[in-house]
Design a protein. Sequence first.
Length: 135
Amino acid sequence: MAEPDPRIWMWAEACEMLERAERLQRQFFQPAFAALPPANWEPPVDIFENQRELSIVSTLPGVEVEDLHVVMEPDGLLITGIRRLPAVAREAEIRRLEIPYGRFERRIRLPTARFEINEPTLVNGCLFVRLTKLR
């Protein structure tokens, strides 16, 4: 049996450390929002734009619709909520916890155009928000 290549393991560790550093930078280096209570984690988002609208997709598996809030603010969009621990975690000893739980918050600064938010939808653990550009 061949020994695993240590370069592959080291590369994976380096990529993971860079990802953690980027998450920390997004959380802590937003001085305009320093007065708000801190969230436990920040969900990732993808943003797509065309001539008529801006589409935002955020991965939120395990988040219930009633625990999710999407609000337009003067300078952007605010996605907040909570992901609760599954029932099995309440009755067991936790051996590993990699999925973030608790309160989350994601602020997305928008371009200077005016937008109208369409009804956000949560499908298969992904939040879809469409923002129509107003003329």
